[in-house]
Design a protein around this ligand. Structure first.
Ligand code: C2E
Ligand code: MG
Ligand code: MG
Ligand code: MG
Length: 288
């Protein structure tokens, strides 16, 4: 990269960058075996209905428990998985695992799985999802597939067809990290998304920055006009929560409600109401 950008740029290729590249190579070699060694895991983070406080869904977020480096975040290994094609088996595993684990949750809690552009066209996505739902025995309407605007940069014709097919099956499509990409509005028109997730970079500013609030409000109104749900990402304070609810945002996700955890925390049926604090516990109590 440094070479390609010309001789004048050489000074930027410092030790830090070299260390980062070495780190990347080590992770790349190890990632090949991570699935077989059971080092990958899904964490789950709740999405709350702002009107009722109940859990609407839980997003599955990949984690890699590396034997030496400890817990590796997805931002570090998913780009490697995408470059090497390993995202295909890893992505399939994530869909299957998320559906299987969601089968033990209350029926009114959906599971959301992130889809990478690199998965599309390489596998029969529709069959993977169909088999995962059938094996788990859950309704298609309990699965939400999250795609980002960047997915559409690939311009793979198979992509729109696959996503339309999933919608026809009853699987819900969500547009993730909304506002950070390029062709968002045109894809909102073309695909039947059921949810827009407002990127954390907007939500983070709503209490201090009138511009961030104005953009967030416009997205909420856009979703309302389309008759679909909005999840505000990265909600960390009750002031943000209040403001979002006031402006008609339907759902929220963020550390305020819960960080991603290895499993959703529901007390077993019959256990006391105070075994586990937080929204999951409240929901099971109401449901049973
Ligand atoms: P994302 O889909 O936008 O997921 C939300 C990210 O925001 C998660 O980061 C979550 O931990 C983080 N987050 C949630 N609430 C808060 C908050 O209140 N404050 C802050 N600061 N952060 C919050 P995570 O788990 O590190 O995942 C990063 C990204 O990696 C995801 O962004 C998604 O694009 C990707 N990813 C994760 N799992 C998968 C997967 O199974 N497949 C694919 N293709 N991508 C995945
Ligand atoms: Mg997501
Ligand atoms: Mg997101
Ligand atoms: Mg994100």
């Amino acid at each position: 990269k440094a070479k390609a950008s010309g001789k004048g740029q050489f000074c930027f290729f410092d030790e830090k960058l070299a260390a980062k590249e070495a780190d990347r190579r080590v992770l790349q070699a190890d990632l090949r075996d991570a699935l077989e060694r059971n080092e990958l895991q899904l964490f789950y983070q709740p999405e709350i209905d702002l009107a009722t406080g109940r859990v609407r869904a839980a997003e599955a977020l990949l984690r890699w428990m590396h034997p030496e480096h400890g817990l590796v975040a997805p931002d570090r290994f998913i780009p490697i998985a995408e470059e090497t094609g390993l995202i295909v088996p890893i992505g399939n595993w994530a869909i299957e695992t998320a559906c299987r684990e969601a089968a033990s949750w209350p029926d009114d809690v959906m599971v959301a799985v992130n889809l990478s552009a690199a998965q599309v066209g390489k596998v029969d996505l529709v069959s993977i999802v169909q088999n995962a739902l059938a094996d788990a025995g859950i309704a298609p309407s309990r699965l939400e597939i999250e795609v980002t605007e960047s997915l559409f940069l690939t311009a793979d014709p198979a992509l729109l067809r696959d996503l339309e097919h999933l919608d026809a099956m009853g699987v819900r499509l969500a547009l993730d990290d909304f506002g950070t990409g390029y062709s968002s509005l045109s894809y909102l028109q073309r695909l039947p998304f059921k949810r827009i997730k407002i990127d954390r970079s907007f939500v983070a500013g709503i209490t201090e920055d009138p511009r961030a609030m104005a953009i967030t409000k416009a997205v909420i109104d856009l979703a309302a006009a389309l008759g679909i749900e909005t999840t505000a990402e990265g909600v960390e304070t009750s002031a943000q929560r209040r403001l979002l609810a006031e402006h008609g945002c339907t759902h929220a996700q963020g550390f305020l409600f819960g960080k991603p955890r290895p499993r959703i925390e529901l007390p077993a049926a019959g256990e006391g109401a105070n075994v586990v604090a937080g929204p999951w516990a409240a929901q099971r109590d109401n449901a049973s």
